[in-house]
Ligand binder design. Structure first.
Ligand SMILES: Nc1ncnc2c1ncn2[C@@H]1O[C@H](COP(=O)(O)OP(=O)(O)OP(=O)(O)O)[C@@H](O)[C@H]1O
Length: 257
């Protein structure tokens, strides 16, 4: 369980979140347009960037704790402590109880173990890098996982395997993704939308995927989103509006908003 209480995050004079209050009680999906703050929220939760307010993971303030065992992530900054992939896994087995056999088995199932294990982490391709970092996070016994864009640059053949690992291992925390097709794999999970510094939701991912978008404040809306000068409602598909599933890629959602 992750609680954000009055969370404010600013970069110079740009405010990303202002006094945000959000409680994520179980494994969830977080979506939002480019630059909306998804990665920033993960980095703050991992203590990588400064913030005002409180972030509690299972009731524990994490600001000053190093190597908090109940939280793991696939954010790149966390994995710069070793040179080769095998060194990083070994360091994490010492400091975060990472299970080396789980790490090896997951990479083998994804058929990339031999090609990555002796490589320097910064020499991996974009797809190899996100897979290795996601598998590093999933191999730790942490209950709370914060997984940023786990499918980006990953081959279609491997995406469903990663989605299965995530479904099996992410007990608490959240996954961010832009992949509408893969959202279907998380049909029963709560989904939040980050837009213009606000976090909307949760709604059930399946309901979101079977919805349409209409302009204005619809009385039967599952969610109503505030844009700069107008309101947009997400409503259960009743034949009117733009069907979310026809958009193909979730980025198009933000194009029609
Ligand atoms: N270190 C930083 N210094 C200044 N601005 C930053 C910094 N990190 C992020 N930002 C800005 O904060 C905003 C949120 O960025 P963030 O990476 O969290 O977005 P995101 O929702 O993860 O986007 P994407 O979907 O493109 O990955 C962006 O406008 C970004 O330019």
């Amino acid at each position: 369980m992750i609680n954000y209480n009055d969370l404010t995050i600013k970069f110079s004079d740009v405010t990303i979140f202002k006094e945000l209050n959000l409680h994520i009680n179980q494994h969830s999906i977080v979506i939002g347009p480019n630059g909306s703050g998804k990665t920033t929220l993960i980095k703050a939760t991992c203590g990588l960037i400064p913030y005002r307010g409180k972030i509690l993971v299972d009731g524990q303030g994490v600001k000053k704790i190093k190597n908090y065992l109940n939280l793991s992530t696939n954010i790149p900054e966390v994995y710069t402590i070793g040179r080769e992939v095998k060194d990083i896994a070994e360091i994490y087995s010492e400091i975060k109880d990472l299970e080396l056999d789980v790490f090896r088995d997951l990479l083998k199932e994804l058929r990339i173990y031999d090609e990555v294990i002796n490589k320097k982490i910064f020499k991996l391709s974009a797809g190899q890098s996100v897979i290795v970092r996601t598998v590093l996070a999933l191999s730790s016994p942490s209950k709370n996982l914060l997984i940023d864009e786990p499918f980006e640059n990953v081959d279609p053949s491997k995406r469903l395997i990663i989605a299965r690992f995530l479904k099996e291992n992410v007990k608490d925390g959240f996954i961010t993704t832009h992949e509408l097709d893969l959202l279907k794999q998380f049909n029963s999970w709560p989904l939040y939308i980050i837009l213009n510094g606000k976090v909307y939701g949760p709604i059930i991912t399946e309901d979101f995927l079977n919805s349409t978008i209409v302009e204005g404040e619809a009385p039967n809306a599952i969610l109503t989103l505030d844009l700069d000068d107008k309101k947009i409602s997400i409503v259960k598909d009743n034949g009117s509006g733009i069907k979310l599933l026809t958009l193909g890629n979730i980025n198009r959602l933000y194009g029609v908003l």
